[in-house]
Design a binder for this molecule. Structure first.
Ligand code: SF4
Length: 478
């Protein structure tokens, strides 16, 4: 496959035909297929019992932990995340205790305690937690399960509410990766989304993270926000590029005011037109490519020596609910309100309200609300879609051997549907492999969507009005 994945040859015509919305495929089936069922809790118990069970008490299969911190101090108008607005940061004290209670409950069900290879704190706003609460939380995590040497430990940080001292503290607690939610540096855009991080303060945080020994610094940007234009977004990109973070994640804003109340503060007239959205996407591709960043898949770009870029090069990139990751493929234990776990063939999601979540744990129950157990067809398609998203191709023969199918016969209609993408030079298919071309990497989600059986069934869904691009859509990032 082509070793140079950034392509600024993406034309407006290609974007019109193959860009647009679609799942991010951080799971397959996607979360909108999860169902509320009484059986999910018992299934999760069973999967936790079997988790990492090896021939001895030494774990053979590392796990990842995801902790969801649902509180934020101030609402961003573009946000559709699962969060609660509060200025009372002491709420985090109790919440942190419940996170540890949940982990203790889950660890108690495991026959073999697995080793932790990756920890990710997301939100909401993880830095809503007071420093002492963060200390207790991190100590509690380490006391409950053993950690691998050099485990990847990442925290999402809202730069408006963090200082270099915060990052210094996080560095001492063992965090080695940080993700800063910038979104846009232009004052008019920041006012329109009610999120005004100072560029100087954010750049100071990037410097602080480096001097505290963080191995990787990520900056999130969103295109398609109100009042953005090519000149203003170009200025934001230039500022970020001068700071040279190890990773830049680029998302597209999804405007869904009927679903997300906060978005009603954003007037339709202030949003970039679809055409401007495409131009912004092209601008970003070109600038980041010229800046030496490797386009990893959909949203992230990374410097060539970043572990994400190296994993892509080596074919060891994985994808889970946090997006692309270098952690080995394996089970993911979600903790906190609305957090999702992936254990064996089960996806399960926690209760979505704080009282509901606390109530389950007070009764000694797993705080599970809904989920899905994967069928053999789901497992086949999950492997195929992950192959496309992470390695930009799949070996049809090995899928046939592992899943007992005849690839061409099983996916006849999907292969027919891929023909226009093949004609446009985005994908190449023959009897041996499906490969996404360098140009097609920007549209990899569109290729994956062809193999999504659930999506094929529900094709006729209504679509939101927002600029479209090949980057994945987002409705909120800390
Ligand atoms: S975008 Fe992030 S910080 Fe802003 S309200 Fe949503 S979750 Fe909170």
């Amino acid at each position: 496959m082509d070793a140079h994945p950034v392509s600024s040859d993406v034309s407006v015509d290609l974007l019109e035909r193959f860009g647009g919305q679609g799942p991010r495929y951080t799971s397959y089936p996607t979360a909108d297929r999860f169902v509320e069922a009484a059986l999910v809790g018992p299934c999760l118990r069973q999967h936790l019992r079997a988790l990492a069970a090896g021939p001895s008490t030494v774990s053979v299969s590392p796990v990842s932990l995801y902790l969801h911190l649902p509180y934020c101090e101030s609402p961003c108008f573009y946000c559709g995340c699962h969060k609660f607005i509060s200025q009372d940061r002491t709420r985090g004290t109790r919440y942190g205790d419940y996170l540890l209670r949940e982990l203790t409950l889950k660890a108690g069900l495991m026959v073999t305690r697995p080793i932790v290879a990756q920890v990710h704190l997301g939100g909401g706003t993880p830095n809503f937690l007071l420093d002492d609460d963060m200390t207790r939380l991190m100590q509690g995590l380490r006391e409950t399960l053993p950690w691998q040497d050099g485990a990847e430990c990442c925290v999402e940080v809202d730069p408006r509410f963090a200082s270099p001292a915060t990052l210094k503290h996080y560095g001492r607690l063992g965090f080695n990766r940080v993700s800063l939610g910038v979104q846009d540096f232009e004052p008019a855009v920041q006012r329109a989304i009610n999120r005004i991080p100072s560029p100087e303060g954010t750049l100071e945080l990037i410097d602080a993270a480096r001097s505290c020994g963080f191995e990787s610094v990520n900056v999130d940007l969103i295109l398609g926000l109100p009042l953005q234009d090519e000149a203003s977004f170009g200025r934001t990109l230039d500022r970020v590029l001068r700071a040279r973070p190890d990773r830049i994640a680029l998302y597209t804003y999804a405007h869904l005011p009927s679903r997300f109340r906060a978005q009603r503060q954003i007037g339709d007239a202030d949003l970039p037109t679809p055409k401007l959205g495409w131009l912004l996407a092209r601008l970003a591709l070109a600038r980041l490519g010229r800046g030496g960043y490797v386009h990893i898949g959909m949203d992230p770009f990374a410097l060539p020596d970043d572990s994400l870029a190296r994993a892509q090069e080596e074919g060891s990139l994985h994808r889970n609910f946090q997006g692309y990751t270098t952690a080995p493929e394996g089970d993911l234990i979600g903790l906190g309100v609305s957090a999702t776990s992936e254990t064996g063939t089960l996806y399960s999601q926690n209760a979505k309200t704080v009282p509901g979540y606390y109530g389950h744990l007070d009764r000694g129950e797993l705080p599970v609300l809904r989920g899905v157990e994967l069928t053999p067809d789901d497992l086949l398609r999950r492997e195929l879609i992950r192959g496309l998203m992470c390695r930009f191709g799949v070996d049809c023969r090995s899928l046939e051997a592992r899943h007992g199918i005849d690839f061409e016969r099983y996916f006849r209609s999907e292969l027919e549907e891929l023909a226009p993408l093949q004609d446009a030079g985005l994908v190449h298919c023959d009897a041996r492999a499906v490969e996404v071309t360098a140009l097609g990497r920007f549209f990899v989600r569109r290729v994956a969507m062809v193999f999504d059986r659930h999506l094929r069934k529900a094709r006729q869904r209504a679509t939101p009005s927002s600029p479209q691009s090949g980057f994945s859509q987002v409705v909120g990032r800390a």
